[in-house]
Design a protein around this ligand. Sequence first.
Ligand code: PLP
Length: 412
Amino acid sequence: MPGGVSSPVRAFKSVGGQPIVFDRVKGSYAWDVDGNRFIDYVGSWGPAICGHSHPEVIAALQETLEKGTSFGAPCELENQLAEMVIDAVPSVEMVRFVNSGTEACMAVLRLMRAYTGRDKVIKFEGCYHGHADMFLVKAGSGVATLGLPDSPGVPRSTTANTLTAPYNDLEAVKELFAENPDAISGVILEPVVGNAGFITPEPGFLEGLRELTKENGALLVFDEVMTGFRISYGGAQSRFGVTPDLTTMGKVIGGGLPVGAYGGKAEIMSMVAPAGPMYQAGTLSGNPLAMTAGIKTLELLKQEGTYEKLESTTQKLISGIIQSAQEAGLNITGNSISAMFGFYLCEGPVRNFEDAKATDTDKFGKLHRAMLERGIYLAPSAFEAGFTSLAHSEDDIDATIKAFQESFALIA
Ligand SMILES: *Cc1c(COP(=O)(O)O)cnc(C)c1O
């Protein structure tokens, strides 16, 4: 396997040292093949918001498993999950299930072009929308980590239609629209950025994009693969009260199995085959196991008090991290929303990817190793958000803050 992994960031290239090979996961914990236990803040990169291997999810999967793993035909479970997504996410009136976030973003881009008859798209520096050709321009963590501005093999003719702007910069977006009249199909972004560390939208940014796209006959697309059902049950769009035309989802929606989805206004989604002419298909899409994990996960999340608990757990953690760093005399800036958090080892503020690059990546690498030695598994990159789950207990958070105190003191 190239680099010994199935996805690049897992190789620990940017923090040094060797990757940890996992044997099993449960609740807030992961165990490696040597039997060491880690408190896990990666959560399979987002899906494990209820805690790893939640007993109810496992039980539901076992029941579904008895009926078979894939039908290649419609199943009732797809309708159930579709209904839950439509109920939860304000922009979604119609939804198509796929197998990954990458697939969802690829399809949504085709749909943006099909619907508007325009070829160009605006994305933001540091935002990741999967590994499809047209999105591999200033694409954040995985790519940034390896120091690849772009990837070889991506034709220039493809990315010529991808325009980029700094995050939180409405003026830059305005200029791009002015320079490319009637040519831009839409704007796609992470409404809260988790692939360049953790960057939040400034007041007015999302609202401004909503207005600019409308004025220019372009679509607004929120890539909520990471933020969907994490920033709130209805995603970032629900939390910030800005409704895009289209939304992509993944991670949490599959509850640990491979699921992605894209959805939006019925008028636009009706372009998708077989309702309309825009082709997109998938052999394993909507398969019963993946739908079951998604349904059960959303059911758990829908329960009273879930997001309040996630919010307070995460706030306690990030406050502890910031305080520990400051006590050690280190520069730090950090933040959390709901079950997502991040910090940079620099003075801040961090408004965009350019600012994020000021973080001390050498120090982060040392911190990462010191934390591993203390049984804490952080994302192996200075440019990835952290994730908490319902399974992270007060004791877990206290133990984590204590490990941060020791580790910060060590690297200061
Ligand atoms: C993870 C992620 C993707 C890609 O999803 P995969 O399932 O890894 O293909 C796309 N967009 C965002 C915002 C993501 O965080």
